[in-house]
Design a protein around this ligand. Structure first.
Ligand code: C2E
Ligand code: MG
Ligand code: MG
Ligand code: MG
Length: 287
């Protein structure tokens, strides 16, 4: 779309296509260079229990700290990282950073069950032959207990490549790690396949949460939560921006949520402050 805008709509002319290719190659080179030069950061968005409104976990979200463009959103570079295969080393870097940070946070987590650390996994990483070994090694090196780690993947990942995917997911889960389906409801949305996969958590996509306040999608969200409950799965609502959405989700039986209403994704140091503040509240006002 950006390309079309720049060239006044003539996206199919040779020069525009050429521009696109040059840009792509440069993006790939820049990403590679950034991985070598510590050019990435992990930000963290807290997840809250909807009843107590205490932090129960955090999601690790990748940011590219670009020398001239500032912090670049993952939606702008994850596709290129996936198509080049760079997502594999990059994904492991995120995992290691998040596990190390998560281990450091264990002492100050407000929830006594311990802070859960969620990390996104892309389809290309599941093709990586030594993925499970690398995950196990990272857990061992960082000392994060496997039960504190959640790996998130989209429905598409589950639908592709079913046999070997299933095997890998089972291996990951046998390590004690929990699995979440991200952006649930946006993908193939055939609910019947769900029980075939070893998942623990459904993350209800932001688009459904946004529609709740407008009086739409209530029945849909209710049925997702009911389905999850009948399968023994936890539900996490994504993209809660308003109190009204929080109230409705709580009413519908959703247990956990994240969104700008609570907090945007923030650098690790800022999240440490959020955790410390909550810990203090817990000492002052025990539940
Ligand atoms: P996601 O995993 O579904 O992450 C949630 C996204 O929703 C994040 O965008 C977050 O900032 C945004 N968000 C959270 N609360 C709200 C809200 O209340 N309102 C709105 N409008 N947005 C909210 P972000 O950080 O830009 O990440 C976008 C996507 O990039 C992620 O979606 C995930 O699919 C991908 N991604 C991020 N980090 C990684 C990574 O380390 N590895 C892989 N493979 N993908 C990643
Ligand atoms: Mg996610
Ligand atoms: Mg999501
Ligand atoms: Mg998403």
């Amino acid at each position: 779309e950006a390309k079309t805008a720049r060239t006044g709509g003539y996206a199919f002319f040779e020069p525009a296509m050429h521009d696109g290719l040059v840009e792509r190659v440069r993006l790939e080179e820049d990403l590679r260079a950034a991985l070598d030069a510590d050019g990435f950061e992990v930000h963290y968005q807290p997840l809250f229990a909807l009843d107590s409104q205490r932090v129960t976990g955090v999601e690790a979200l990748l940011r590219w700290n670009h020398p001239t463009r500032g912090l670049v959103s993952p939606v702008e570079f994850i596709p290129a990282a996936e198509s080049t295969g760079l997502i594999r080393p990059l994904g492991l870097w995120v995992l290691e950073s998040a596990c190390r940070q998560g281990r450091a946070w264990q002492g100050i987590a407000p929830d006594q069950d311990g802070l859960k650390i969620s990390v996104n996994l892309s389809a290309r990483q599941l093709d990586q032959p030594d993925l499970v070994d690398r995950i196990a090694a990272i857990l061992e090196q960082t000392g994060l207990p496997p039960c504190r780690l959640v790996l998130e993947m989209t429905e598409g990942v589950l639908m592709e490549n079913t046999d070997s995917t299933l095997q890998i997911l089972n291996q990951i889960r046998n390590l004690g790690i929990r699995l979440a389906i991200d952006d649930f409801g946006t993908g193939y949305s055939s609910l019947s396949y769900l029980h075939q996969f070893p998942v623990d958590i459904l993350k209800i996509d932001r688009s459904f949460v946004q529609d709740l306040a407008a009086g739409r999608d209530t029945a849909l969200v209710r049925s997702i939560v009911q389905l999850a409950q009948s399968l023994g799965l936890e539900t996490v609502a994504e993209g809660i921006e308003r109190e009204q959405e929080l109230d409705l989700l709580r009413l519908l039986g959703c247990t956990t949520g994240q969104g700008y209403y609570f907090s945007r994704p923030v650098p690790a140091a800022t999240l440490s402050q959020i955790l410390l503040r909550q810990r203090l509240e817990r000492v002052l006002v025990p539940s």
